[in-house]
Design a protein around this ligand. Structure first.
Ligand code: GLA
Length: 731
């Protein structure tokens, strides 16, 4: 049984694959206390850990030590204003103006399986592999009923948490903070690890020692943003890819988030995650409930790599719903970096013709096919075909592309409107703006208020009609700016603080409709690259465009960061032309191909104009993709070396679950004159198996490769940016 309640000790014990999580009910009132999250235990009797000085249990309300106890005992879900004195998980404003509340256990339910969260992305499982605990608590003063939800997965070291908050009282209550998870535990000389970034620089790993005070990563831009990933990990001192303990939270949400860790004077750590309280204020009428999004709580005793493999398995099995999750995706060619806005049917067909010859399987028409869009100054929102570019509309183009044997995909940016557009002329009030204040434009565009149903319906109808008009098998759903000028014309003043969350719910509703109406559609999310790369979006799309930075060298650290959390099969990766349009760097075509092979793999270049020598390499790259994609897509991922930290070379590998095949990528970024060959110790192989390596004159045992290593030769004066890919097969 994954979850049990022990009446003798009044504890809940939640077991996932290798971990136990223990919660205790304290005192007559039933204070909900965090006891333990660590190595899997047989015992549930560890609530002796909870003591505050002389107080082994919860002191009575009138005892002199009560305040000290309330301030100090480790909590599952800290509440505001009653003496906790640290970052809280929930705060309210009631009709008296009071913001305090307390949490007292009332009842609980344990059941096999896991419920969906209406309107929100959420992890899924079966009655065989997931068990759920709901701890229902009340705050008698406000009448709130707060249910803490925990789902434990047997096949992953993951517990998913969320909270449901219901107004069971008679008065309105404003929820001003409603985080999804919080946990108090002893410091273990931890390091903190988070991901920061920017446009075209997503997923940069940041690791630093936990020190007194607080560390925060957050988004305030209305979307996940590239600035911080909704992820935070604590690492035991010295933990590396293979050793040490890692405890992490990852948020299944695509809007403003807050991730925070605090270290206080008792050397107690609090880690919290949830919707950012910034601009958040949700009105709960009597009887109303608010459901928080989920936090994925993951633990590893095998270092960062263990956490990574845990998350990859978990997202592939329990988060990504798409039927394509375990399927080889069609190799696509996207025309964005090939033509930008300057294309027409003939140009696209010429790209498709050349692509077909090289074995590419799908043409994706990016931005510029609609309205009067010849640059980024206009037309977002006018989702009808620009017949000057595509005479006769989409169907003739798609038919010609299909006749060449290629599938066809299309780009939309459904959440946006340009002030120069027919849509804006008809419905200026649909754009998010504050009455009397000129809204700030970004890339000449405003954001549609898709928290409004009428706006969602109108946008959806346009997209639906386009998708029905031709054989379109893929959509790239883009979102290219942050939200500003926050105000929704439909919300009354007392509900204005709901707007940002309602916006995110609007995105989810639209993607739910799209994937329901078009179940065979391959959906790729995008937000100026990876600015909305989060587990919530993965629920709707099996892949997300990782970054607008397509430079193979830059991609190493970007893909390392996102690959640390997300399965490689979800990282959109393309081979582009050189000099790279973003960095001006020229890398060998072969290297670009090898780096893109560790993602979804595709091309983003004008295949009719690239150098002949490059074009000639495409069929080999395509062949390589077909040979190794199953390993990259469904295998176990191991990081061997990081260019971001050693500044010389990058190396990583994927191994099939049965360890019969592996693919190793090595990129020597900077070549030094005195450099020796580089020996890299491989990981995850079976030491007893013998492997062949294509192009090698000998076979190797797993033991040799893992403990002695593989030698990557460095020819004299061979230059920078050289890459090698090895395909290992058991002989
Ligand atoms: C964003 C995307 C790009 C491309 C452009 C089109 O920047 O990330 O891939 O689609 O928009 O405008």
């Amino acid at each position: 049984m994954g979850i049990a309640y022990f009446e003798d000790n009044r504890v809940f014990k939640i077991d996932s694959k290798n971990s136990s999580y223990i919660i205790a009910l304290l005192g007559d009132e039933g204070l909900v206390s965090h006891v333990y999250y660590g190595h899997k235990l047989k015992s549930h009797e560890v609530n002796y850990l909870i003591h505050m000085g002389d107080h082994p249990g919860a002191p009575a309300k009138d005892s002199s030590g009560r305040a000290g106890f309330i301030g100090g005992y480790p909590k599952e879900y800290p509440t505001n204003g009653v003496g906790d004195h640290k970052e809280d998980a929930i705060s309210i404003r009631d009709k008296k103006g009071c913001f305090s509340l307390e949490l007292f256990y009332k009842t609980h339910r344990i059941y096999k399986g896991k419920k969906e969260l209406p309107g929100l992305p959420s992890a899924f499982g079966t009655e065989e592999n997931v068990t759920t605990l709901e701890i229902e608590c009340t705050d008698p003063m406000s009448g709130l009923i707060i249910t803490l939800n925990y789902s434990a997965f047997e096949d992953a070291d993951v517990i998913v948490r969320s909270v449901n908050i219901k107004n069971g009282g008679r008065d309105d209550i404003h929820l001003t903070r409603a985080l999804s998870a919080s946990m108090d535990f002893e410091n273990n000389d931890y390091d903190v690890m988070t991901l920061y970034g920017d446009w075209a620089k997503e997923g940069q790993i940041n690791r630093y020692p936990l020190s007194y005070g607080g560390h925060t990563v957050e988004s305030c831009s209305g979307k996940t943003s590239p600035l911080n990933q909704p992820f935070m990990a604590l690492l035991s001192k010295g933990a590396d890819q293979d050793h040490g303990e890692v405890v992490a939270m990852h948020f299944v949400y695509s809007g403003n988030f807050l991730a925070k860790v605090q270290l206080e004077h008792y050397d107690r750590v609090r880690m919290l995650m949830g919707i950012n309280p910034y601009c958040f204020d949700w009105l709960l009428k009597p009887g109303d409930a608010f459901q928080t999004p989920e936090v994925v709580l993951v633990r590893s005793e095998e270092g960062i790599g263990g956490m990574t493999r845990n998350l990859h398995d978990f997202y592939r099995e329990h988060m990504i719903r798409s039927k394509y999750v375990h399927k080889k995706r069609p190799i696509l060619i996207n025309n964005w970096e090939a033509t930008y806005f300057n294309f027409n049917t003939e140009k696209l067909v010429s790209i498709a013709e050349e692509a077909a010859k090289a074995g590419i399987e799908m043409l994706v028409m990016d931005d510029g096919w609609f309205g009067k869009r010849d640059d980024d100054s206009c037309s977002l929102g006018d989702w009808f075909v620009n017949e000057e570019k595509l005479p006769g509309g989409l169907k003739p183009l798609v038919d010609r592309v299909n006749a060449l044997g290629l599938k066809f995909g299309i780009w939309f940016e459904p959440e946006m409107v340009c002030p120069i557009s027919e849509l804006y002329e008809k419905h200026p009030d649909w754009a998010i703006s504050i009455p009397g204040r000129e809204p700030a434009r970004a890339r000449n565009q405003l954001v549609l208020d898709i928290s409004r149903k009428e706006v969602r319906d109108a946008v959806y109808k346009m997209i639906y009609d386009v998708l029905k008009s031709a054989n379109i098998e893929y959509v790239k759903w883009d979102m290219n700016r942050a939200l500003s000028d926050l105000y929704s014309a439909e919300l009354p003043p007392e509900r204005m603080g709901e707007m940002l969350h309602r916006y995110v719910l609007g995105v989810y509703e639209l993607q739910e409709r799209l994937t329901t109406d078009f179940p065979d559609l391959l959906l790729e999310n995008c937000s100026s690259g990876g600015a909305r790369f989060d587990p919530g979006m993965l629920y709707y799309s099996p892949q997300i465009w990782t970054s607008d930075d397509t430079d193979a060298v830059e991609r190493l650290s970007i893909q390392e960061g996102y690959g640390m959390l997300y399965p490689l099969s979800s990282l959109g990766a393309h081979v582009s032309d050189c000099p790279n349009h973003g960095t001006g760097r020229t890398t060998p075509f072969e290297t670009r191909g090898i780096v893109a092979l560790s993602g979804t793999f595709g091309y983003e270049l004008d295949i009719t104009r690239i150098p002949e020598a490059d074009r000639k390499q495409i069929p080999d790259q395509v062949k390589r993709y077909h040979e190794v994609n199953h390993i990259v897509r469904d295998g176990d991922y191991y990081r061997l070396a990081s260019y971001a930290s050693n500044h010389r070379y990058d190396a990583y590998m994927s191994v099939t679950k049965d360890k019969t095949e592996a693919v190793v990528t090595y990129v020597r970024v900077i070549h030094r004159m005195c450099e020796h060959d580089v020996i890299v110790k491989l990981k995850g192989l079976d030491p007893e198996k013998t492997y062949s390596i294509e192009g090698s004159d000998r076979n190797y045992t797993g033991e040799e490769l893992m403990y002695a290593g593989y030698c990557f030769k460095t020819p004299w004066a061979s230059g920078d940016f050289k890459a090698t890919i090895l395909h290992l097969k058991e002989v």
